[in-house]
Design a protein around this ligand. Structure first.
Ligand code: ADP
Ligand code: MG
Length: 243
C-alpha cells in the first residue's frame, strides 16, 4: 500500500510556542482520515505543513511521493497535486463561477480555455452546481460557495484533498450538501485528510479517525474504536463536549 501522506516526528514552533510536538501518521492512497480535536490542538498547522503553507521546524513530511523537507524540491509542482479546501472559501469575488474554476487551470497548468472550461463544467456537475456557472460568488449561499471551492480544487486533478473544517462557517442547514459532496468524493476513492467537528461524517465516512490534543496524536483507529470506545481520557472528555 502506497502512502499518500507520510509524516514522521513532525515538530512545528511559532517562536516559543511549540504547536506540533512530534506527530507521526500516514494516510494511505484512497484512504479517508478525519482529524478531530479541541481548538488550538494543532490540526490546521498539521494540514498546513502537509502542503508547505507552513514550514516544519523538524521532522519528515512526504506527500504524493515528494519529500517536502528536501530543500531542492519544487514545491509548486507538488502543491498543484494537492487540493486544499478551507473554512473560508476564498473565491475571487469579481470572477464568475466558471472563471473561478478555470483561472488556475489556465495559469498554473497551462490548459487552453476550452479544456479548462470542459474540466470546470464536469466538476460543477460533480458538486451539483452545473446551473450556476455564470453566477458570482456573492449570489450563492455559503454552502454553494464551498461546493464551488471544492469543484475548483478538483479541476486541478489533485491526487489527494485536504479539508480544514470545510463546514464550520456554514449555517447548519447548508452543511449537509457540502458533506454529501465530500462523501461522494470518498466513495469515488479520493484520498482525503479532513479536519472536522462533524462526528457523524467522521463515523460514517472515515476509514480512520485521529484525535489530536496539545500538539500530539493522542489516539487513532477506526471510527468505532476512537468515537465509540476511546481508550484515552482526553478523547473521552473531548467527545463528551462535542457530541
Ligand atoms: P487548531 O486548528 O487545532 O484549532 P491551530 O493549528 O490553528 O489549531 O493552532 C494551534 C496553535 O498554534 C494555537 O495556539 C494557535 O494560536 C497557534 N498558531 C497557529 N498559527 C500560528 C502562527 N502563524 N503564528 C503564531 N501562532 C500560531
Ligand atoms: Mg483549525
Amino acid at each position: 500500500m502506497t502512502a499518500a501522506i507520510e509524516i514522521q516526528g513532525l515538530h512545528k514552533s511559532f517562536g516559543d510556542l511549540e504547536v506540533l510536538r512530534g506527530v507521526d501518521f500516514t494516510v494511505a492512497q484512497g484512504e479517508v482520515v478525519c482529524v478531530i480535536g479541541p481548538s488550538g490542538s494543532g490540526k490546521s498547522t498539521l494540514l498546513r505543513c502537509a502542503n508547505l503553507l507552513e514550514e516544519p521546524t523538524s521532522g519528515r513530511v512526504v506527500v504524493a511521493g515528494a519529500d517536502l523537507t528536501d530543500p531542492d524540491l519544487d514545491i509548486d509542482r507538488v502543491r498543484r497535486r494537492i487540493g486544499m479546501v478551507f473554512q473560508q472559501f476564498n473565491l475571487f469575488p469579481h470572477l464568475n463561477v466558471l472563471e473561478n474554476l478555470t483561472i488556475a487551470q489556465r495559469r498554473v497548468l497551462g490548459r487552453d480555455r476550452a479544456e479548462a472550461e470542459r474540466t470546470a463544467r464536469a466538476n460543477l456537475e460533480r458538486v451539483g452546481l452545473a446551473d450556476k456557472e455564470a453566477g458570482y460568488p456573492a449570489q450563492l449561499s455559503g454552502g454553494q460557495q464551498q461546493r464551488v471551492a471544492i469543484a475548483r480544487a478538483l479541476s486541478m486533478g489533485p491526487e489527494l484533498m485536504l479539508f480544514d473544517e470545510p463546514t464550520s462557517a456554514l449555517d447548519p442547514e447548508l452543511v449537509g450538501d457540502v458533506l454529501g459532496v465530500m462523501r461522494s468524493l470518498a466513495d469515488e476513492g479520493m484520498t482525503m485528510l479532513v479536519v472536522t467537528h462533524e462526528m457523524g461524517f467522521a463515523r460514517e465516512v472515515a476509514d480512520r479517525v485521529v484525535f489530536m490534543d496539545d500538539g500530539v496524536v493522542v489516539e487513532e483507529g477506526s471510527p468505532d474504536e476512537v468515537l465509540g470506545n476511546p481508550r484515552h481520557e482526553r478523547t473521552r472528555s473531548f467527545l463528551a463536549r462535542v457530541v
